[in-house]
Design a protein around this ligand. Sequence first.
Ligand code: ADP
Length: 395
Amino acid sequence: MKILVVNAGSSSLKYQLFDMDTQEVLAKGNCDRIGVDGVLKHEAAGKEIKKEIPMPTHAQAVNVLIETLTSKEYGCINDMSEISAVGHRIVHGGPWLIKSVLVDDNVIADLEKCRSLAPLHTGPHLLGIYGCIEAMPGTPQVLVIDTAFHQTMPAEAYTYPIDYDVAQKHHIRRYGFHGTSHRYVSGKAIEYLGNPDAKIVTCHLGNGSSISAVKAGKCMDTSMGFTPLEGVIMGSRCGAIDPAVVPFVMEKEGIPVEEMGNWMNKKCGFLGVSGVSSDLREIEAAVKAGHERATLAYNILAYQIKKYIGSYTAAMNGLDCIVFTAGIGENNSDIRRMATENMEYFGVKLDQEKNLVRGTVEINAPDSKVKILVIPTNEELVIASDTMAIVNESK
Ligand code: ADP
């Protein structure tokens, strides 16, 4: 069975085509600058192309994608009927969409309701879904939702201590994000440990970062909240701060409410603290050159990860495993070291040498009570697997 995985943004549509018999990626790429001009980047069968093709709408981008996937030169399928279903990555399902689901009118109506909770993501997701329905009528469409994995959190973890009626009225609570990644890497860790009841802290550290407490395969708590702004310091997002800072900065800096979201999302984090970059590789280079504020940004990240590991260990009454994943978690051995050192009290002991060897899964010392694992995430594979399962169920 072949499944197309789609991640639609406001002017882009990233895709991967999976052969689920082998779990192989047959093709992947991105339709970019949709609605502006249109640029296709595509890779299949060892060939890569980048070319300008007009893509005025998401539906036209899907048409370009289908033509490319079925083309003699860069294709990998003969006919689009070979694609059994499309799986869409959805950032926010709100309280309405709490598991992967086959698209129908009710599901679309529920997703429409999410516009108010995640306006930057939901609109583009809907454009991607409508585009696929228009270009591939009759092909089942499935939504795989990033907030879904976190639905098992207990009320004391997801409830914000604000006016209860206001929270209920506007659906304000911790939702959590990157759920597809936390689910994938915690599942892999459970497999690796051979312990279905394991207590795991999963650290998804990328441009956006989130940390989750996972007990017996269920999410118990997570660092991102009502939006992906909460939690640890990120590329250009502030993470958790005293909420009183927000109106204070608005007043002192004369920032209107419609610009404050942009300030917290784009001007803070590594970029805001260091003044160097939102990319941790550039921060790392500056740290090596002795840059003080870059060093501070770097130290904040490691310190905050450590605090989450400690608090989630307390919340779960123990810890069997820490997992690092995503761009920083998979590639930055210094952050892994700094976040796990001096934690012998918790039974956490890193193997300094294994930590430096790229591709090593288990990086804890042999006498560490807690396993420390580096597991590359694969959100697209989870989306493709869920899509296949749902399409098979619905037959
Ligand atoms: P996104 O959240 O956009 O998916 P990624 O998971 O790609 O982000 O992570 C981006 C972050 O990971 C950046 O801060 C970058 O510096 C870091 N990163 C990515 N690849 C590497 C690498 N090979 N070595 C060190 N850091 C990396």
